[in-house]
Design a protein around this ligand. Structure first.
Ligand code: GLN
Length: 497
């Protein structure tokens, strides 16, 4: 067929390890960075990298499957994702492609054609999802950095459940070229590591990715916009390389995040983290993000809607493994599409396609998709109100009280307290047992995303750092920053971690 057949094998030969299943592809030899031209004085220090398998790689040893049955294991992408090229140029040695929830849809990395990901812990807890494979590779110390994707929390949640760092950059900062789309308006490339230092170096260091526009990605911020954003942030980034001081910073505790479902152990750890910040000289203030309670519902309308449109191309003609039985049935118009998609996609992806097709249908559109977009705007406004910094991509909104005798223009800020960062848990509970989540209803899994989707809907940078919990199990502390405040966010996370 002319297809090169990759060598697919598991990470380790021991059967116990194989059960972990966090790598889909592990080439016999790691893929080294490209050679440095002899003219350049120094080659970058190399580091090991695992790549989530919805990010394209071109080595014949590294197929790109999105953990889906609809993409053949022998598919080698003709293009390399820009972010992979960028990291290889900075010394990345690729050790493998990691397992995920099919096309990124899920919160526990159980919806994979290659079987669920599990953690190597006695409690057999969920690794989180959908970048669970990447998180386990980092948590096990097998790689320095792993790439994930975060559409509604898929980097932050696995980081929280595996006790590592998970960073979702501002939307549009890191190129998505070569990243197989799930929901374009939300998708970001995220970074997982046990330490913040290496992530900070890659993003905002001397050769930082935050400066790099990619003309192949229409949502990559233009050079001019990057300059404008950076100019607004000047003076904040550790003036002359000084790290950001916690002293004097203001952290907001979003009151609406204190939900009934919040595990008391997580609530206690959240309070303890706030106390530690206070002891370090930071101010802690309550803030209100009133649209929070609608954010999750809006996300689960918008993301499946975009997914249903994105996944239409996997029909066995343009993309996807064709169901040849149906193809040979000449009398069957349309059957090829249906049976290819029915056999190729897993149950969660089929559920999302149905959901998305329904909410975009003419009878339901106004009630679901349009309303969800409205909620999304309100979520964004909530954030802009509480942050001291302006959102460089948005005009400051003003409001008029037209029924007052004289027209009063009010700035859209929420009370006197304006904060630098928001502080909240990454997820409402500790990592649940894998066995339990495999028996759950899908909507129960959607609940895990309640604290991560608001920042996704608003395109804001957010990071999950491990927080001490007295009970057994890991929990993540989430810091959310204003748009393009990534440098400070990483600095502060470093001080908090
Ligand atoms: N759990 C969320 C979902 O299933 C988030 C996934 C993601 O960020 N890729 O949509």
């Amino acid at each position: 067929s002319g297809l090169r057949s990759p060598r697919l094998r598991n990470l380790s030969l021991s059967p116990q390890r194989r059960l972990l299943n966090h790598f889909i592809t592990h080439p016999a030899e790691p893929i080294p960075p490209p050679p440095v031209p002899s003219s350049s004085s120094s080659s970058p220090k190399s580091f090991t990298l695992a790549v989530k398998d919805n990010i394209a790689t071109t080595s014949p040893d590294l197929p790109t499957t999105c953990s889906s049955g609809i993409l053949s294991k022998s598919y080698i992408s003709p293009i390399e994702a820009t972010v992979v090229t960028q990291l290889r140029a900075r010394g990345a040695v690729i050790t493998g492609k990691t397992n995920l929830d099919e096309f990124g849809m899920g919160s526990h990395s159980i919806y994979s054609h290659y079987g669920p990901v599990s953690q190597d812990t006695p409690a057999e807890t969920s690794a989180g999802g959908s970048s669970g494979g990447s998180a386990v590779a980092v948590a096990n110390g097998e790689v320095k950095i792993a790439l994930g994707t975060d559409t509604g929390g898929s980097v932050r949640l696995p980081a929280a459940y595996t006790g590592i760092i998970g960073y979702k950059p501002s939307y549009g900062m890191i190129s998505r070229y070569g990243v197989i789309p799930y929901a374009n308006s939300l998708d970001t490339v995220g970074f997982l590591s046990r330490e913040i230092g290496p992530i900070k170096e890659l993003i905002v260091g001397e050769n930082g990715l935050w400066k790099e526009h990619d003309s192949n990605d229409p949502t990559s911020l233009t050079k001019a916009a990057r300059k404008r954003c950076a100019a607004q942030r000047r003076g904040y980034r550790g003036q002359q390389g000084q790290p950001t001081e916690l002293n004097g910073l203001k952290f907001g505790i979003p009151l609406e995040y204190n939900i009934a479902e919040l595990d008391p152990a997580v609530r206690d750890a959240w309070a303890a983290a706030a106390k530690r910040l206070q002891d370090a000289g930071a101010r802690i203030v309550p803030v209100s993000l009133p649209t929070t309670k609608h954010a999750l519902a809006a996300y689960y309308v918008i993301a499946p809607a975009e997914a249903s449109s994105n996944l239409a191309k996997y029909d066995g003609i343009r993309y996807g493994v064709r169901d040849t039985d149906a193809a040979s049935d000449a009398s069957a118009g349309g059957v090829l599409y249906a049976s290819t998609r029915g056999k190729g996609f897993g149950e969660e992806v089929r559920r999302r396609i149905l959901l998305g097709s329904y909410t975009l249908s003419s009878e339901a559109m106004d009630n679901y998709f349009i309303k969800a977009q409205r909620v999304r705007r309100l979520v964004r406004r909530d954030f802009n109100r509480v942050f001291a910094l302006e959102n460089p991509l948005q005009e400051r909104e003003t409001f008029e009280l037209s029924d007052l005798p004289e027209e009063v223009e009010m700035e859209d800020k929420w009370g006197p307290e304006e904060v630098d960062f928001l502080l909240c848990p990454t997820a409402p509970t500790l990592a649940p047992k894998l066995k339990e989540v495999m028996e759950q209803q899908p909507v129960d899994a959607y609940m895990n995303d309640v604290f991560t989707v608001p920042a996704s809907l608003a395109g804001l940078p957010a990071i999950s750092v491990p927080m001490k919990v007295t009970a057994e199990g890991a929990a993540g502390l989430q810091l959310i920053g204003q748009y393009w405040d990534d440098a400070r966010l990483l600095d502060v996370a470093d001080a908090v971690a």
